[in-house]
Structures are given as C-alpha cells and as structure tokens.
Design a protein around this ligand. Structure first.
Ligand SMILES: Cc1cc2nc3c(=O)[nH]c(=O)nc-3n(C[C@H](O)[C@H](O)[C@H](O)COP(=O)(O)O)c2cc1C
Length: 147
C-alpha cells in the first residue's frame, strides 16, 4: 500500500516548484494521500511524525548547497524523525552537476532515510524529461516497501 506522502519544497522562481508538482502527481498515481507544500508553510516535527514518505526539493544555493534560511533549518529539525522513512530529493540549478543534491541525500540517508531512487536534477525550468523523472521519483518513493 502506498505510504502517506509529503512533498516539501523551496523554490525561489518556480523551477523546483514545478518539479515538486510533478513528484506529487506521481505519488498520487500510486494511490497515496499527498501533501504538497512550500517548506515555509510546514513544521518539521509534523512532517516527520505524520508521513511515511518524504520527498524534498530545493534549488542550488550559495556554493552548491541547499537554501540556508528555510530548507537548512527544516532539514536539521527533520533528521531525528527519519529512521526508516522512504525518501527522495530533487531540485533545479543553473550549472551544477548535482553536488548539492548528492550531499543532501547523503546526510538524510545517514539520518536514517531510505532512498529507492537517485536524486533528480533540472537546469532552470524543468524540461519534459526532468518532469517525467520527478513523476517517476514520486511514484517510486510512495510505493517503496516499508523495511
Ligand atoms: C544566490 C544564488 C546562488 C546560486 N547558487 C547556485 C549553485 O551553487 N549552483 C548552481 O548550479 N546554481 C546556482 N544558482 C542558480 C539556481 O539554483 C537556479 O536559478 C535554479 O533554477 C533556481 O530554481 P528555483 O526557482 O526552484 O529556486 C544560484 C542562484 C542564486 C540566486
């Protein structure tokens, strides 16, 4: 059975938001109950305690890091709740090869998250291929078996 799924994102111009919407479409196709929300609108403890599957999206900031005033503190507050959560990360960037997503995935995995699919990256506004990958990511995470 698909797990209750949260798709939480930070997006300054709408690029990662479009990816989040595609991930939510994919999760809903698996039959999951899905929350789609900007990170500023949610509380980490609520997300960590009430959702089985958590997809996080954030564009690349600073020098290859996640956004630091909203998504970084949310990530830190979420970590104590991640043991056994099925997770996925995605985001848009300008020129990166994905370092910010890979390091984010690694720290979330170290905190206990399980990642059935590798991070999904887009350049600027996501093209059809990237949106398709986000939809597949959302579906795969929502359908991943509980370990
Ligand atoms: C302050 C700032 C820092 C950025 N740092 C990076 C970076 O390190 N690597 C990168 O590839 N893109 C970087 N970008 C580009 C954004 O990640 C890119 O424009 C992205 O598509 C924005 O997506 P969003 O609308 O979802 O926020 C940066 C942009 C800004 C404004």
């Amino acid at each position: 059975m698909a797990g209750k799924t949260a798709v939480i994102f930070y997006s300054s111009t709408g690029n990662t938001e479009a990816m989040a919407e595609a991930a939510a479409v994919g999760a809903r196709k698996s039959g999951a109950e899905v929350l789609l929300a900007p990170v500023v609108d949610v509380d980490a403890e609520t997300i960590g305690t009430q959702y089985d599957c958590i997809l996080l999206g954030c564009s690349a900031w600073g020098v290859e890091v996640i956004e630091e005033s909203q998504m970084r503190p949310f990530t830190e507050k979420l970590k104590p709740f991640l043991k056994g959560k099925r997770m996925g990360v995605f985001g848009s960037c300008g020129w990166s090869r994905g370092a910010w997503l890979n390091s984010w995935e690694a720290e979330l995995h170290f905190a206990g998250g399980i990642f059935p699919v590798r991070p999904v990256l887009a350049y600027g506004y996501p093209d059809e291929e990237a949106l398709g990958k986000c939809e597949a990511l959302g579906k795969a995470v929502a359908e991943a078996p509980q370990e």
